[in-house]
Ligand binder design. Sequence first.
Ligand code: SAH
Ligand code: SF4
Ligand code: F3S
Length: 484
Amino acid sequence: MHNKIDLDKIDINVKPPTEEPARQYYFMAKCREWVREFEQKNGHCPCFFIQTFGCQMNAHDSEKLRGILLQAGLTEEKSEACDFVLYNTCTVRDNANQKVYGHLGYLQTLKKKNPHMKIALCGCMMQENTAVERIRKSYPFVDLIFGTHNIFKLAELFYVCQTSGPMVVDVWESGDAAVEKLPSRRKYAFKSGINIMYGCNNFCSYCIVPYVRGRERSREPEEILSEIRALACDGVKEIMLLGQNVNSYGKTLKNPVSFAWLLRQAAQVAGIERIRFMTSHPKDLSDELIEAMRDCPKVCRHLHLPLQSGSSRILKIMNRRYTKEQYLELVGKIRQAIPDISLTTDIIVGFPGETEEDFLETLDVVEKVRYDSAFTFVYSKRAGTPAAVMENQVPEAVVKERFDRLLRQVQQIASQVCMRDAGAIQQVLVECENDHQKGYVSGRLGNNLLVHFPGEASLIGKLVSVKLTEAKGFYYIGRMTEKD
Ligand code: SAH
Ligand code: SF4
Ligand code: F3S
């Protein structure tokens, strides 16, 4: 959504207001003036580039960051050769951090060529003191650092960073109130993420997210629903409700509501044709939610249900609060209510103390559930989490061997499961023209699989009926058809 804000009405010669979001509008207007001066001096409009690392939540935050910079009058570019480069970072596994450090070296060479260039880092990794200290010491050419709790402040921080000398660091320990009514610019015209809650209270023993995203906070349902209505008016067909554990949505509100209730309300918004959500924690997945999914045809027949491990012993140490048996029982219940559902999952290999027997339990769940796809991760030690100080960390070679076995099994099953709809006619939301084959477009099925079929660019953003003529392993080739 792109909220219409009239920045010309703001007097930027007085002191900034203290309340939000008025303060940020004031700084957007200040930035606009700065942009005009920059343009006069340098002969081009200052441009920016945002790179997102990590999950859907971060990607959605980046849309807000883009919205603010566009509102401030900057133009967007597709590469780092820019006047303002912003990395929205992730720290869920160490390789996410290493990627950022790697990119910083490259940014330094670009900065040497462009004296106007400013480099900014935000997001989850910046919530860790050790990362910020390392950047201060080893990457002093970075101009601005902020965290996950104050992304709404980008206009102000950008202005301060442009008008002051040394590195600006503004990282908050926590943030209770999310500031509403700020601009945001979607990546796609026809689909959008929506935050329904922030943070996480689960403290799975391997996971850094609760430390960098703070405690669980649900947004008021009215705010969420009016955002969905506005998106629908703006032409959005598909929404994804976002939270680290959507199944516990609404429990801590002054007037508590359930996620299932929210889903039913969202399904009533005219114009919205597909609803997805991410992520579901198995321990909180209620019968009420299964019924809501079953009853609402707009809710996609797809559920991402992270398993993490198939061993009840490991699950206990992970603090996941379900057993292998409870997980399988839940899957059985879901499949009974919604037989055509696609299930996907996340699995960690090599959690401290994982034995061959534990690992075989994971393979057993994969065999029994038959996932459409699974994200498989090598356990990564995150400083500050309980698992990081557990003894008996599993040797790298053992983890690698298990990881390869798991991946093979996941892929073999997925290649069979994914293609079960060959020959069927299904609804596809068209996303883009096909890069590889002229005259083709690409879109997604309700279960998120890709379909390529002959069609024109005018179909982008439309839901069309497609016969899935050829199964290609992890995608389909299709043909548009009249019948549904
Ligand atoms: N809230 C979501 C997960 C968010 S993180 C949930 O509970 O399902 C996404 C995935 O990253 C997790 O599901 C987990 O599989 C993986 N992950 C988290 N911490 C990890 C770590 N320390 N090492 C390896 N993988 C990890
Ligand atoms: Fe991390 Fe667990 Fe929270 Fe997911 S539920 S974000 S894995 S602590
Ligand atoms: Fe990464 Fe933060 Fe998401 S740590 S996975 S970007 S919540």
